[in-house]
Design a protein. Structure first.
Length: 261
């Protein structure tokens, strides 16, 4: 509808005159009716994007993806593949990650996008920025390789228990949260009674409340086997505070079950 200048606009009131007079003290203070209006005027362009349409098409068959509304579903994987090629070809690298045995050329922009810790290194006046080098002496070369693989491709490959433990620690140190969560999920799914003390210590060291609670619940469910194990007895000697905390959590779990019944 087109509106010409000096044209009178009309709209319906939200209430009748009788209703207004019935609540005069609320609506007619000092015998004056105040109206607050919000006016929206169209410029002629109501929407600047391609709208999703699907007349007669069920939602299951709609070709437009919620993830990528203006491209096919392969766009994301293609971009990750290109980033992976960039890493493998070592093109335009501007920083090196050095372990005790290997050096890994990388890109500061990629590392900064994936890790707030790396971003802080490369955007402040730190030695890593000045030297274009990050020395990593607390992790194995394979762990750094997998860390970089994830940073560029969002994949971790085939994880093993020991590598997942160290990769979890590296992801936590460099604040790559999604990688830490992937490692945590793998460790939970792979947990066995013989590995429980190792994972309990890891969760405590990195102050991972969710992971620690999971391990403690696992111990509660398998207490007869775990509390008699050599690993548990060794942990009693090395970290009695963690043992006390875990036993306290087990007691709380048992009390909760008793209250249910």
């Amino acid at each position: 509808m087109n509106f010409e200048q000096e044209q009178n606009w009309k709209f319906l009131l939200f209430a009748t005159k009788w209703k207004l007079m019935a609540k005069k003290s609320l609506y007619l203070s000092s015998d004056i009716l105040f109206l607050e209006c919000e006016i929206v005027i169209s410029t002629g362009i109501s929407f600047g994007e391609i709208e999703e349409t699907g007349d007669g098409i069920s939602p299951e068959l709609n070709p437009i993806s919620d993830v990528d509304r203006f491209g096919d579903s392969s766009t994301s994987s293609s971009a990750l593949q290109d980033l992976g090629n960039l890493y493998r070809d070592q093109v335009l690298c501007d920083v090196t990650l050095k372990t005790d045995t290997e050096a890994f050329p990388a890109h500061t922009v990629i590392l900064s996008a994936r890790s707030s810790v790396f971003r802080a290194m490369f955007t402040s006046d730190m030695k890593e920025k000045k030297n274009a080098c990050v020395n990593i002496s607390d992790f194995e070369s394979e762990t750094v390789r997998q860390l970089l693989l994830y940073a560029y491709t969002d994949t971790v490959g085939d994880l093993k228990w020991d590598t997942a433990l160290e990769l979890y620690a590296a992801a936590d140190k460099y604040a790559i949260i999604s990688l830490k969560e992937k490692c945590s999920t793998f460790l939970k799914d792979s947990l066995r009674t013989s590995k429980v003390c190792e994972l309990l210590v890891l969760s405590d060291t990195h102050q991972d409340i969710d992971l620690k609670k999971f391990v403690q619940n696992f111990i509660c469910q398998n207490d007869e086997k775990i509390l008699c194990s050599r690993e548990w007895k060794d942990l009693v000697q090395k970290n009695p505070q963690l043992i006390v905390e875990t036993l306290s959590q087990m007691y709380t779990n048992v009390r909760a079950l008793l209250n249910v019944y």
